[in-house]
Design a protein around this ligand. Structure first.
Ligand SMILES: NC(=O)c1ccc[n+]([C@@H]2O[C@H](COP(=O)([O-])OP(=O)(O)OC[C@H]3O[C@@H](n4cnc5c(N)ncnc54)[C@H](O)[C@@H]3O)[C@@H](O)[C@H]2O)c1
Length: 257
């Protein structure tokens, strides 16, 4: 199972976390990769490690900047075959009743509208590819209700509708669109989430971790490298009949909280 050696790949928010693992997997598979992120230092570190990777500082929540970035990426890569819409923030931990409306809008601006902007700008290039692939990073929170995380869950459910609609619109152009739904991923972000839950519940972080794993059949958090391997598979010819799907990778989680 390989991707085409000449695949041209754009990864949003690819300098850290899951996006970095995805970048590494596509680089290892021989693809040409363009990464954008808001973290300039992390981008520089990435380029030092993988000199072939092109990078740009870009806030995906900034519509004009995100639009320019897609054009720059396609120009630098000589076209575009694979778009990985990875950028997304967790947002606040608060009930709907107590949520700051500005925080609500900030999550929608990046997770939903940012993904829309990047995708809209990328579509003409993906059509030219003839075998384009769009992957959209949803979440376990795109399958369940998620108390005290309403903007996050709302955007991650919204991205499922976006992916399924894109699949219907773009299939005739040879473009496949799928959503990946990771569960809790190993790393600093899950620790932050568990700390947020602990401060809301009064329990310890360790108790929150045990409770989170109790919801899963497979008793470990997800390795970002496994999500990256799934992304490479979906972008490869082996995935050529898969489109419009929501693909969980979450140890069979039964709840988002
Ligand atoms: N980590 C998890 O447990 C988990 C679970 C399910 C889904 N997800 C989703 O996977 C994606 C990546 O999550 P992660 O945990 O790797 O994220 P992260 O918080 O580790 O951040 C990854 C990168 O995003 C960059 N970034 C943040 N805001 C940005 C912006 N406005 N524009 C451009 N780049 C920006 C950061 O600088 C960082 O390099 C997100 O869409 C997230 O919702 C994560």
């Amino acid at each position: 199972m390989t991707i085409s050696k000449c695949s041209r790949v754009l990864v949003t928010a690819g300098a850290g976390g899951i996006g970095r693992a995805i970048t590494e997997a596509f680089v290892s598979a021989g693809a040409s990769v363009f990464v954008c992120d808001i973290d300039e230092a992390a981008l520089q570190q990435m380029q030092a490690q993988w000199p072939g990777v092109r990078t740009a500082v870009c806030d995906i929540a900034d519509r004009a900047a995100a639009s320019r970035m897609v054009a720059d990426a396609a120009s630098a890569l000589g076209g575009l075959d694979v778009l990985i819409n990875n950028a997304g923030i967790a947002g606040p931990t608060a009930s709907v009743e107590e949520l700051d409306p500005d925080a609500w809008e900030a999550v929608l601006r990046l997770n939903l509208t940012g993904t829309f902007t990047v995708t809209q700008q990328a579509i003409p290039f993906l059509k030219q590819s003839g075998s384009g692939v769009i992957l959209i990073m949803s979440s376990l929170a795109g399958r369940f209700g998620y108390p005290n995380r309403s903007p996050y869950a709302t955007t991650k459910w919204g991205l499922i509708g976006f992916a399924k609609t894109l699949s219907r619109e773009l299939g005739e152009f040879g473009i496949r669109v799928n959503a990946i739904l990771p569960g809790a991923v190993e790393g600093p972000r899950i620790q932050q989430v568990l700390a947020g839950r602990a401060s809301a519940s009064g329990r310890t972080v360790e108790q929150e971790e045990a409770a989170a794993l109790a919801n899963q059949s497979i008793k470990h958090f997800v390795d970002p490298a496994d999500i990256a391997a799934l992304a490479v598979f979906l972008a490869s010819d082996a995935g050529r009949s898969i489109s419009g799907q929501m693909i969980p990778i979450d140890g069979d989680s039964q709840s988002a909280s």
